[in-house]
Design a protein around this ligand. Sequence first.
Ligand code: IDP
Length: 134
Amino acid sequence: MVLLKPDAVSRGLCGEVIRRFEQRGLIIAGMKMLKVSPQQAKRHYQEHVGKPFYPDLIDYITSGPVVALAVKGNQAVKVLRTMMGATNPVDALPGTIRGDFATQMENNIIHGSDSLNNATRELDIFFSKEEIYE
Ligand code: IDP
């Protein structure tokens, strides 16, 4: 499950990021633009409740439209996480999405699930079953 975060949308980077996924051979099985509701944001980021950056994280992800993607492919979680680069863009290598397009942790362009279990949980927040295609 990928979210192109509000800064990716406002900076016009969605096409570039999706192009990289498709070029790599990953399959876009679902895609939609939406404004994340506070309820969705709290479910999505439940593991970060209580951390100092949590309020800003919720404010940010609900601040403007995002593009949600259901992506599949061979070892898709691992491949996507590698393509995304380190959470802190300062540490992200050139050639990764964050390494090429971001410098700030709070505006790091993209979310990608870190496990299949989390992908299933997160897909359920943003997609109905009918919105994901074989
Ligand atoms: P990930 O997005 O690489 O999976 P997580 O640890 O799940 O990283 O954190 C979720 C998001 O929360 C990050 O993408 C980043 O935007 C934000 N975040 C994580 N740690 C910090 C921090 O220490 N300060 C500010 N924002 C943070």
